[in-house]
Design a protein around this ligand. Structure first.
Ligand SMILES: *Cc1c(COP(=O)(O)O)cnc(C)c1O
Length: 393
């Protein structure tokens, strides 16, 4: 296989090297409060053997992979939920079962391998929480230094997780967007490999493995895929995986992809309607998809338009209800951002054709944010001392 970068905006090709993050030509268009210009995609060319492996479709060789079992997550066939919804083609990809409990591990894995290949020992990033704890864990496995900028509102579990893995954490008095800018300034001043989502091309490329796995697990391309969207990097990774399969002649179509956003953080959904991104104050229970400026917004929007994708927005109430429903009907406890994708599926369900195969991406584990999940349960107030106080269930 041969790999190079291609600018997603102007199409120019570049060799893959660690100094190059975004297209030097297109990034001059960059203005503050706007998504990234000049996001680079990895283009691959060559013949795939019939017994192809996922690793062979990645631009960094296996010898550089960090020693941590990322990916290969189960694709659930939730029988009870299927019956309740009368939708037998529903699958759930449980990416909360990655080592640090979110899909972000797929990106961190490839970024870590890339840093190892090029002899870079510090990785720097901003995160709403999961990307940071993910990079911290994967970096720990590889023996890399991880420097993390976290907004002060990040859920405690994610902060503690990153610290537990030994990352150096700066808590930022501001939003994710402020943390993002600080992390870029840090690498400009002190060096290291920046892993910011979409800015580092290995992030989208790493996330494509989720589609490659779904394809192999199902033995086909699903008809519909539901993915929650903050920065739009997972969305682009999902498309990239299926597009690569097409390019290599392994599949002949793309799924219909649904970008699911929280009503309180719906910049991509608005841009889908009116074509422009506006910075607005955001707030949602799904912290992992709460972003003022979707960093990969232009790229994600182009993918959706080009491939006939759809956008769904869901309220916080619906997200929390979807989270509880999934937990109770399947045994899969996902964090609010993962539940948002399922809430999007429930919205779209009346329009889905009979017999269709739909995959919902559960992108993170529910224990990452117990405060949010706690909102839809009632913790018993009464404390008992003997069985005389209870009745049989
Ligand atoms: C990061 C994240 C998302 C959204 O991914 P983007 O690339 O920011 O769109 C969704 N769910 C979880 C659990 C995440 O951590």
């Amino acid at each position: 296989m041969e790999f190079r970068y291609n600018c997603s905006e102007c199409g120019r090709g570049f060799p893959i090297e660690p100094q190059l993050m975004v297209c030097p030509q297109c990034s001059v268009l960059q203005s503050p409060d706007q998504p990234l210009h000049g996001v680079l995609e990895v283009e691959l060319a060559g013949e795939v053997p019939a017994d192809w492996e996922i690793a062979s479709l990645l631009p960094v060789a296996q010898e550089y992979f960090p020693p941590i079992p990322v990916g290969d997550t189960p694709l659930w066939a939730p029988q009870r939920l299927r019956r309740e919804l009368e939708f037998p083609g529903l699958y759930i990809k449980d990416d909360g079962l990655n080592p640090t409990c979110s899909l972000k591990d797929r990106a961190s894995f490839l970024v870590s391998a890339f840093a190892t290949k090029f002899g870079i020992d510090e990785i720097v990033l901003a995160s709403t929480g999961n990307a940071g704890s993910s990079m911290a864990g994967v970096g720990a496995a590889a023996g890399q230094k991880v420097t993390l900028f976290l907004p002060k509102a990040a859920p405690k579990a994610k902060l503690i997780q990153a610290l537990q893995y030994g990352a150096r954490v700066f808590r930022v008095d501001g939003s994710y967007d402020d943390a993002y800018d600080l992390s870029l300034a840090y690498t400009a001043r002190f060096g290291g490999l920046n892993r910011n989502t979409a800015y580092n091309p290995m992030t989208i490329e790493g996330k494509k493995t989720v589609s490659l796995e779904v394809f192999r697990q199902l033995g086909r391309v699903p008809d519909h895929v539901f993915v929650s969207v903050g920065d739009g990097c997972i969305l682009s990774g999902v498309y990239k995986g299926f597009r690569d399969l097409g390019r290599l002649g392994l599949a002949d179509r793309l799924p219909m992809v649904y970008a699911v956003q929280a009503e309180g953080s719906a910049a991509l959904a608005r841009a889908f309607e009116c074509g422009v991104f506006r910075r607005e104050a955001t707030s949602t229970v799904a912290d992992s998809i709460c972003v003022d400026v979707p960093r990969n917004g232009f790229h994600a929007l182009r993918q959706l338009k080009e491939h006939g994708g759809q956008v769904v927005t869901v309220s916080d109430e619906k997200i929390l209800a979807a989270q509880a429903r999934l937990s109770r009907s399947t045994g899969l406890f996902t964090e609010p951002a993962g539940a948002a994708a399922f809430a999007g599926f429930l919205e779209a369900l009346p329009r889905l054709p009979d017999g269709a195969v739909a995959v919902v991406l559960a992108t993170g584990n529910g224990l990452k944010d117990t405060a949010a999940a706690g909102r839809s349960v009632q913790i018993p107030e009464k404390v008992i001392t003997s069985l005389d106080e209870v009745s049989g269930g």
